[in-house]
Every structure is written in structure tokens, then in C-alpha cells.
Design a protein around this ligand. Structure first.
Ligand code: TYD
Ligand code: MG
Length: 467
């Protein structure tokens, strides 16, 4: 029996309205009303207040179990056959779980899930690929480019939620991909596919089926660069894991990160490269980035951490005089507010003002760095660009660094200094400017000023300062 009515519920205060309104009459917030399927009237009526049945509401009391006595069976994880993917998932897919894979269009979500499904099918697991976005023929075209058993995966090109769920229940796949959650629609809601209400209903019902049938479901969701699109964001609390696939579409490197994971750490990240035959895991990312690093002014190697793994990346800066007020700040692969802060500290405490210049900062290779340890690299790259001098003087290797900048110009320690130093040693980088207490082998400095002195040739630096 199809439910014919829907209600609109305010996502801020819970107020209910029969029709959509721009402003919630309950709390006065704008654009908070979201369409939901109306709850089916239960025979006992709606009132479940304290007054009913002596306050018990008719429920049956259950004896809570002490945590110590709770049975927790070890679940066998399903390996996607992609090491980096498994690691980010916390050791593979958990049966009955719901994983949301977010990322901007064209980043490679369908490729990644297609490859994983191919490997799972090849390993004898039951799979189902639901494509609401592309026709079966289009999915086949992609699969034909992928290695392994990608062509053995059963595909369902469908956007009607009821059909998808019925198929899932009938087929009982061990792993199911929904590509994408924004394209499915529940017929009882009037909202367009991809609207908040639809996305929530779709994910909610699929989650119930997943739990009941033990199917591991990967929900693909589009997110815009700003994460602005309402879709996937509203699902974060509903799913077990949220993975973000990011990078620049035009570049080859992509990182896969866990933003939330009920079955593993959120510190893990995997690096991939998009090739003509699908995504390839990049296991020696540091080596690649270091060998590509230039020794030109404005370039420095950052010893960063991608989750529990050290990663060496090149950070580049370009500073050019500007007539614009305010001057341009173009940033790629790093938080622009963080760069603004570093520029302010650099001007105030490092004697390197950039107030009348355009500043461009880029993390090479399309990698995104999301940690405070990148501060020093940005500062050194900008200072080196301003002064037109290579960091590290005449050394043939690029200079490496890491460290967080405080607002008073001090250099603060960051996590895992020993792993970062080990990685720089492994790739033959001899000079590493790092916060004090980072361990042997580093050029330990306590402030931005000291770091600049250590990294830039003193004669030229002094000349530039005098100028
Ligand atoms: P896709 O997985 O469709 O991205 P999404 O699902 O996130 O929107 O593919 C992204 C791009 O990758 C697409 O422009 C084509 C390219 N690509 C390759 O370079 N090599 C390949 O083997 C495949 C399958 C795709
Ligand atoms: Mg896609």
C-alpha cells in the first residue's frame, strides 16, 4: 500500500507542516523544512505520552546487558582487493554496513567502486551494481577498461527505490553499490531526486535492508568542492563510514580518506593515480613527489602525515607584485585560511611582508594536505619565493620541513616527528628543518625566524632584508 501523504519537518526544531514553506512557523528559521514520508497511523493512535498505560507506553521492559557480557562476534571482512581501499575502510568491508563514498563528479568514484566490485566478484562474492546515473551500457564501457572480473558484476540501471530494494532482497548480494544515492527516488515523496528528503529516505531504507540482509552497501554521493550540496552531508550520521575521494580532476593523484568510520581509524588515507586502466595504488608516493621536486626558489618538501603514513610532498609558492587591493591569494591543496594565517605570521614575525603581492600556493600533484604541520612549509616556500633564493643553499637535495606556526611566531611540534624524519632519511633528504624536540637528524629550531635563518642562505637573506 503506497503512502499518499508526506509531511514537511523542520530540521532545526522538528516542527511539522503539511506543506512546504520557506520559513518554519515553529522556530522562524529559513529553508529548514524537509519532506518526509508521513508516519503510518498506528492502531493505538498517535499519543504515546506519559499518560498512556501508566507511563510505560505499552512497551516491554528489557534487561540491559553489562558491556563486559555483550557478545561481540568477530566479523569476517570482505576484501575489496585494493589494498589502499581496504586500509581506509579499516580492513575491508563489514557485512551489513553502509559506507558513503563522497567526492566531486569525475573524481573516480564509479571507477573505484567498479574495480572493488570486480575484485569481489572475482573472489566469488555475490555483487550488485545499481547505477542510477549511467545506463548499463555505459557501466559496461567503463568496466571493460578495468582489470580483473569487472565485467562479471551484475548491473541494475534503475532509479526507483522500490525496485532497487526488491532486487536487493531477491538477489541478496554480499556487496552492493548504489551509484549514486542522489539519483534514486522514493515514489511516495514529492521532492525531486537528490533533495534532502529524498536522499535521507533512500539511504534510510537501504540501510534497513542492508542490516536485514547483511549486505555491505557502498553509497556513492556527489559532493561539490565546498561540500555544499545538501545530499550526502545529511547522511553522515546515518551511515557507518564516510569516505571522501578527493584531488583535482585534471591531475592524476587522488586521495581517499575516512572522515568517519565506526569500524576503523579515521586517520588512514590512501593515494591513487588515475591511469587509462583504472585507478592504481600509489605505494611510493613520497619517492615520486621527491624525485619530481624542483630546487627552484619557492619550492620546499613537506614531510607530512597522511593518517598513520608519512608522505613527502612538494609545496610551491609564487609571489608577484600586485596592483589589486586586496591582492590575490590562490591556494591549491591546502586550507586557504591556514595560508592567510601563515602569511600574517610571516609578515609580523618573519620579516617577510606580502601585503602588496599576489601569493599563489600549491601542493604539487593534486594532493590535499590537511594538517597543521604544513605551516612551516608554506612559510618557507613563500619566503624563498619573495627572496628569489632556493632553500637549503647549494645542497643538491631539496630542503624538507614540517612544523606548526603559532601566532607569536614560535614553531610548535606536531605528531609523529620520528616517522616524518625517517621518511626524509629514506629518500635521501639531508636537511630537515623541524620543531625542537623532533629527534636526531633534524635541524631543530624554535621559531619562524630561526627556521628562516636555517633554511635560507644567510648572505642573500641578509641582503634581501637590508634591501
Ligand atoms: P568516474 O569513475 O566516472 O568518476 P565519478 O564516478 O567520480 O564521477 O571517472 C572519472 C574519470 O576518470 C573520467 O573522466 C574518465 C577517467 N578514467 C580514466 O582515466 N581511466 C579509466 O580507466 C577510467 C575507467 C576512467
Ligand atoms: Mg560516477
Amino acid at each position: 500500500m503506497a503512502r499518499s501523504t508526506t509531511i514537511h519537518v523542520c530540521s532545526a526544531c522538528g516542527h511539522q507542516e503539511p506543506r512546504w514553506q520557506g520559513r518554519c512557523p515553529g522556530c522562524g528559521e529559513w529553508n529548514t523544512l524537509v519532506e518526509e514520508a508521513a508516519p503510518q497511523a498506528s492502531p493505538g493512535g498517535r499519543s504515546r505520552g506519559l499518560g498512556a498505560a501508566g507511563g510505560s507506553g505499552g512497551g516491554r521492559a528489557v534487561k540491559p546487558v553489562r558491556l563486559r557480557d555483550v557478545q561481540s562476534p568477530r566479523v569476517a571482512r570482505l576484501s575489496t582487493g585494493i589494498g589502499e581501499f581496504d586500509r581506509v575502510l579499516g580492513g575491508g568491508l563489514v557485512p551489513g554496513s553502509l559506507v558513503l563514498l563522497g567526492g566531486s563528479p569525475g573524481i573516480g568514484k564509479s571507477t573505484l567502486t567498479g574495480m572493488a566490485m570486480g575484485n569481489l566478484a572475482g573472489a566469488g562474492h555475490g555483487t550488485l551494481y545499481v547505477s542510477g546515473e549511467e545506463s548499463a551500457a555505459q557501466v559496461k564501457l567503463r568496466a571493460a577498461r578495468l582489470p580483473g572480473a569487472a565485467l562479471d558484476v551484475p548491473v541494475l540501471a534503475e532509479t526507483d527505490l522500490d525496485t532497487v530494494i526488491a532486487t536487493m532482497v531477491a538477489e541478496r548480494p554480499e556487496v552492493c553499490v548504489i551509484d549514486s544515492v542522489q539519483t534514486l527516488y522514493a515514489s511516495e515523496l514529492n521532492g525531486a531526486p537528490g533533495s534532502v528528503g529524498q536522499v535521507r529516505e533512500v539511504a534510510g531504507r537501504i540501510a534497513r535492508v542492508a542490516k536485514e540482509t547483511g549486505t555491505a552497501v557502498m553509497l556513492v554521493g556527489h559532493v561539490t568542492k565546498e561540500g555544499a550540496l545538501a545530499g550526502p552531508r545529511v547522511l553522515e550520521h546515518l551511515v557507518d563510514a564516510v569516505l571522501q575521494f578527493e584531488g583535482e580532476r585534471e591531475r592524476t593523484y587522488r586521495t581517499l580518506r575516512a572522515l568517519k568510520n565506526r569500524f576503523g581509524s579515521t586517520n588512514e588515507a590512501g593515494v591513487f593515480e588515475m591511469r587509462s586502466g583504472g585507478l592504481v595504488e600509489v605505494l611510493d608516493a613520497s619517492g615520486r613527489f621527491v624525485s619530481e621536486a624542483t630546487r627552484a626558489p619557492g619550492s620546499v618538501v613537506l614531510a607530512s602525515m597522511e593518517g598513520s603514513r608519512p608522505l613527502l610532498v612538494e609545496v610551491q609558492a609564487l609571489v608577484s607584485p600586485s596592483e589589486l587591493v586586496p591582492p590575490r591569494r590562490m591556494v591549491n591543496g591546502i586550507d586557504r585560511n591556514r595560508v592567510a594565517l601563515v602569511l600574517a605570521v610571516l609578515a609580523r614575525h618573519g620579516g617577510v611582508p606580502t601585503g602588496s603581492a599576489d601569493v599563489f600556493v600549491n601542493v604539487v600533484g593534486g594532493v590535499r594536505i590537511d594538517e597543521p604541520g604544513a605551516d612551516l612549509a608554506v612559510a618557507l616556500a613563500v619566503a624563498s619565493a619573495v627572496r628569489g633564493a632556493s632553500l637549503g643553499g647549494d645542497s643538491p637535495q631539496p630542503l624538507a620541513c614540517f612544523g606548526e606556526l603559532g601566532l607569536t611566531g614560535e614553531l610548535r611540534s606536531v605528531g609523529h616527528p620520528e616517522r616524518r624524519l625517517e621518511e626524509t632519511k629514506k629518500f635521501g633528504l639531508r636537511t630537515v628543518v623541524a620543531p625542537e624536540g623532533s629527534g636526531p637528524g633534524a635541524v631543530a629550531v624554535g621559531s619562524l625566524r630561526a627556521a628562516l635563518r636555517a633554511a635560507l642562505p644567510p648572505t642573500r637573506a641578509r641582503a634581501a632584508e637590508a634591501a
